[in-house]
Ligand binder design. Structure first.
Ligand SMILES: [Ca+2]
Ligand SMILES: [Ca+2]
Length: 496
């Protein structure tokens, strides 16, 4: 009997490792601060060239409704990366206090003490995967990052190969070369993070020249205009029209090359820098994909491309990531891999916190019980269009309660309230009719002349339009419900 059991056990081990050899690899690529609308996949008018990312989209699926749930601090990266690693919602992740910036503590009872043991690398290590990561340092979930077996993190935002995005690619290439040499046959999960296009956006000289941009450093003058610079964004404004509760956060006033400037030269130059850095990321991804192809691993690898959150750079008169407009609330999300139909597209309605349970689902790994995300594997397989109907977003790194948004169907509500200044504002958009969330200020002929965007008459904030009073009420109620459901510690005091 004992012999029989041992034999059975040995057989199970063999069949297990036989299965292991066929398990898919995962290459999870994260850019730092990139609006989906920078990419041609999301905005065909964008001059940004990303042939490698385009080829991922052509060979896989593009999600139009990928979001990051938000942030309770100015460093939006921090909660975003906690959610990616843990699969938990924004009020259920460990907090980071920012000195002098009104920290909000997530209820410790709602944050599992040993959460790091149930995060991406820990879960995949336990399932027999080899895990490796490279990314920027800081504004991240350090305890979870340490769980990767191989870690090469550093902030690389320079304009050379050693100081820029090529460094991150080199870490992945070195790791793949080592695997090749040691004939390592275990499946792998590689977290391939970049430090760019987050500022300072010091691009490589050739790519900067392509987009007519310079690494502008002198606060006393404006960068020169150049015909090759990207045009102003469709939702460009020279100033945000009201106090959004955090107008003086570092990203809105302190980014080198932009500062408080929102003039045409500054914004077009900064977009040129962003695009130079983003094209370099594309080139670096290309090097890694070539290597996977040469190793014969490419077809058995799920490649995910995303960013930790979007970015404004001149859209709505904002510069940073501390807002809930679509350009910032949404993220690019492209997946190519086994079983995914080339050239497919779906809304998905996902959050980045759904990534962990989805990777588990794709790899046949049991997701951690601490994860609150939903697997969107069926969306990737074309069997389902979305995983949820309602999306909720938070930003309260400045005054409280700050900003909240809710989306359902074509409709989106954004509320603002500052206990510091007493400012309140409500925005209601029909995203099908007004996808860029254009405001009355965008209709000013001077703005139209600058941006080249001629809004249609109904493309405004509809919150004060009596014709949409019922919809406004419905969305306000929905937002309240979502705030409650997600353990949001704040409420709006104003009726507006
Ligand atoms: Ca970021
Ligand atoms: Ca191994």
């Amino acid at each position: 009997m004992k012999y029989l059991l041992t034999t059975c056990f040995a057989f199970l081990l063999i069949s297990n490792s036989g299965f292991a050899a066929k398990r898919p690899n995962i290459l999870f690529i994260v850019a730092d601060d990139q609006s989906p609308f920078d990419l041609k996949t999301y905005d065909p008018n964008s001059p940004l060239d990303t042939p490698v990312i385009d080829s991922l989209a052509a060979g896989g699926i593009v999600l139009d409704g990928a979001h990051q749930m938000g942030a309770w601090c100015g460093g939006v990266c921090t909660p975003s990366r906690h959610m990616i690693m843990s699969g938990r919602t924004v009020w259920h992740i460990p907090d980071k206090k920012e000195p002098g910036r009104n920290p909000v503590s997530a209820d410790p009872k709602k944050v599992p003490r040993d959460l790091a043991n149930h995060t991406m690398a820990a879960v995949f290590n336990a399932a027999g995967y080899d895990t490796m990561r490279t990314c920027k340092n800081g504004n991240s979930f350090a305890a979870a990052n340490k769980k990767f077996t191989v870690v090469h993190d550093a902030v690389k935002r320079g304009g050379t190969d050693e100081t820029g995005s090529a460094w991150h690619a080199k870490q992945v290439l070195d790791y793949l070369n080592q695997r090749e040499t040691s004939k390592d046959a275990d499946p792998f999960l590689i977290y391939f993070g970049f430090s760019h296009p987050h500022d300072t956006r010091d691009g490589k000289p050739k790519l900067l020249a392509k987009y007519g941009a310079v690494n502008h450093k002198n606060k006393k003058n404006l960068p020169a205009a150049h015909p090759k610079q990207p045009r102003l964004p469709a939702s460009y404004l020279p100033a945000h029209p009201f106090d959004n509760t955090d107008m003086n956060v570092r990203d809105e006033v302190g980014v080198k090359g932009v500062w408080k400037n929102r003039d045409e030269n500054t914004i077009r130059n900064e977009l040129g820098r962003e695009f130079a850095c983003s094209e370099n990321i594309d080139i670096q991804i290309g090097r890694v994909l070539e290597k996977l192809k040469a190793m014969g691993e490419l077809d058995n690898t799920y490649i995910i491309y995303t960013a930790d959150h979007g970015m404004a750079i001149g859209r709505h008169g904002l510069q940073g990531k501390q807002n809930l407009y679509e350009h910032t609330f949404r993220v690019p999300f492209i997946v190519k891999g086994p079983g995914i139909k080339p050239g497919s597209r779906a809304p998905g309605n996902i959050y980045l916190l759904d990534v962990l349970p989805t990777l588990c689902d794709l790899a046949g790994v049991t997701p951690p019980k601490t994860s609150e995300g939903l697997s969107f594997k069926k969306v990737l397989e074309g069997k389902q269009a979305t995983v949820r109907d309602i999306l909720y977003g938070v930003y309260c790194g400045g005054a409280k309660p700050g900003m909240r948004c809710v989306k359902k169907g074509d409709w989106k509500l954004i509320r603002y309230e500052s206990e510091k200044t007493g400012a309140t504002e409500t925005q209601l958009f029909n995203l099908a009719e007004n996808p860029d969330e254009l405001l009355i200020q965008h209709h000013d002929p001077k703005i139209v002349a600058l941006s080249g965007t001629k809004p249609k008459p109904g493309q405004v904030n509809l919150a004060t339009d009596p014709a949409h009073a019922e919809k406004l009420k419905e969305m306000q109620k929905l937002l309240q419900e979502e705030m409650h459901r997600h353990d949001d510690p704040f409420t709006f005091s104003s009726k507006k």
